[in-house]
Design a protein around this ligand. Structure first.
Ligand code: ADP
Ligand code: MG
Length: 567
């Protein structure tokens, strides 16, 4: 500790580069401080440090972290506390650029596995970013001293040593309950569960926080209500269970259809207490599918949905730099089957109409032979039968779907009701006159093998792989655009995806043999076994990472404009 103080005093007022001298590890009374990476100038990305606390001196007994979901929850609790305490510290912007900033990669409404706090058997590691203070480019050592010797010790004292069982218990119990519901879905043939009393609408289109005023709490229709026994409480959690198969969400405009579907999309992640979606739980392999014209597509067999295109363009190995609404959405579906999805969540609002419907009159006018598209209505059943993939589809205007639905949920003034029987009666009394065009089976999905040149991080003489915000990854010379991924929910997930792609390249995993599915498996196995930070390209501090699902990772790979596949 005194070494650090001495070093800081020795470089006071010197040029910024002299800060490099403080990289290293220091013992403090309450923790070990590792200064892993010092920024090059005051305006650059802040320096990376780790604070390593002996776990035995905290209340975090082993039982609190004896399962992976529990460990992740405890890490989340500590990260939120550190974030809170850092914010309590009077904000003094000291000097130029990022001088004086001390940050943790704070979680939002969701609980994700992240690298901000890592709880091991012996230690609790808190990863921080620090803007080392300077005046212009001149080192302000006194200010740096106050960060390392006052602020950080005080924050760690309160946030980590001040942790009480009463802070951990409710969070861990909620984690246990959410995990139990996830397992229950799996064992009882359900795709999703929405508890009674849940608050689904959000504060605004750009906020993940609950709508505070005038939110109508969710109430399950009696026909779909299930009661799920969960630990740490005597009453089961009651709410709506959406069974596997084909489910429609219908209702008038503005009656809450998309809000329900969005809650299901987000239910693949766990939410914190007070969010309103604590017990909105969706099969974690459910994927939102939407149209995304302009995206690139590489060698995808979209023939189950789209046959021969004009001028004989084949669709069994379909590639384009600029997909249309329908081809983009068809490609996304096939790619997500390849990645291992269990359900598709689809909203008419963001879909290509012609991929979803061809009504009787259009069938009469345009012969099947002249229409490359087989609409989803004629494939959804086969998709479920052949691949076990369920559909939850929001429709306002496509009543022909009544025929193929297993369950029809009507939203009216934000209140759901089960109208399956009525919808089936209507379908029987008013035949659509359509001919099914989908054939007996969905169609074969060819597993693609990406070629080695697909990932090229070189930009000029150096490798360049960076996430810019949530929706753009710069990979070498190309930008990967992720705006359409509604289940990508944290900027740190985007950084983790960038790191994973780079890992695949550097490890030579694109060897011309591994399929997309095998690559996804390999990354997930790496994360499971060696931790999220093991895919990072830093030493020590792993960077600000949160774990994405394999589907968002696959989606990024699929949107790489340099992707080429040999099969
Ligand atoms: P739809 O998709 O049926 O047209 P939306 O789901 O977009 O309707 O909802 C329309 C508006 O109603 C949105 O502003 C949404 O936030 C709000 N809303 C949805 N559900 C609720 C609810 N349960 N309580 C209060 N407001 C809600
Ligand atoms: Mg809508």
């Amino acid at each position: 500790m005194e070494t650090l103080r001495k070093q800081l005093r020795a470089i006071d007022q010197k040029g910024y580069k002299a800060y490099k001298a403080i990289e290293g590890t220091y013992s403090f009374p309450a923790f070990t401080l590792a200064i892993d990476h010092v920024q090059g100038d005051p305006f650059a990305e802040p320096s990376k440090i780790r604070v390593i606390v002996p776990r035995a001196k905290t209340v975090l007994a082993a039982e609190w972290t004896n399962t992976t979901p529990r460990r992740i929850r405890c890490e989340d609790v500590v990260a939120r506390r550190v974030h809170y305490e850092l914010r309590q510290w009077p904000s003094r912007v000291r000097g130029s650029g990022k001088s004086g900033l001390v940050l943790i990669d704070a979680p939002g409404q969701k609980v994700l596995e992240r690298t901000a706090v890592l709880i091991g058997d012996e230690t609790i590691t808190v990863c921080l970013s620090v803007g080392l203070p300077a005046n212009g480019r001149r080192i302000l050592a006194k200010e740096a001293e106050s960060i390392f010797f006052e602020q950080i010790p005080a924050v760690i004292e309160r946030a980590v040593y001040g942790l009480r069982e009463g802070d951990i218990r409710p969070a861990v119990e909620l984690a246990d309950q959410q995990h139990t519901i996830r397992r229950y879905l799996h064992e009882h043939g359900l795709v999703a569960f929405v508890a009674n009393g849940s608050i689904l609408p959000r504060e605004s289109g750009v906020s993940d926080k609950p709508l505070r005023q005038g939110a109508v709490p969710f109430q399950s229709p009696p026909e779909l209500e299930v009661a799920i026994p969960v630990p740490h409480r005597t009453e089961p959690v009651k709410g709506m269970g959406i069974p596997k198969g084909i489910t429609l969400i219908v209702g008038g405009g503005y009656h809450g259809k998309s809000t329900l579907l969005q809650a299901l999309e987000h239910g693949v992640y766990d939410h914190i207490s007070g969010d309103g979606r604590e017990f909105v739980i969706t099969d974690s392999r459910a994927v939102k599918i939407r149209a995304e014209d302009g995206r690139s597509v590489a060698h995808v067999d979209i023939s189950p949905f789209i046959g021969m295109l004009p001028y004989g363009k084949e669709t069994t190995r379909f590639s384009t730099e600029n997909a249309s609404g329908s081809t983009s959405q068809a490609a996304s579906m096939i790619e997500m089957i390849e990645a291992g999805a269990s359900a598709f969540l689809i909203d008419e609002d963001t879909s290509a109409t012609n991929l979803f419907m061809r009504d009787a009159r259009m069938q009469a006018l345009i012969a099947k032979e002249a229409e490359p598209i087989t609409p989803y209505i004629d494939k959804a059943r086969q998709l479920f039968h052949d691949y076990g993939i369920s559909t939850v589809l929001v429709v306002g205007g496509l009543g022909d779907y009544f025929e193929i639905a297993d369950v029809v949920i009507k939203m009216e003034q934000y209140v759901p009701s089960d109208v399956t029987v009525e919808a089936k009666r209507i379908a029987a009394n008013m035949p659509s006159g359509r001919k099914a065009e989908g054939g007996e089976s969905f169609g074969h999905i060819r597993e693609r093998i990406p070629r080695p040149e697909s990932l090229n991080s070189q930009k000029g003489k150096k490798a360049k792989v960076t996430a810019r915000g949530r929706h753009v990854i710069q990979y070498g010379q190309t930008d990967v655009l992720l705006y359409a991924l509604e289940q990508l929910v944290d900027d740190s997930q985007t950084r983790a995806i960038a790191a994973a792609l780079f890992h695949i390249e550097r490890k030579g995993w694109l060897d011309g043999k591994k399929t997309v599915r095998q690559l996804l498996d390999a990354i997930e196995e790496q994360w499971d076994r060696h931790g999220l930070g093991s895919v990072s390209f830093r030493n020590g501090h792993p960077g600000e990472l949160a774990r994405p699902r394999r589907f968002e990772l696959a989606a990024a790979l699929n949107r790489l404009r340099t992707l080429r596949c040999s099969q």
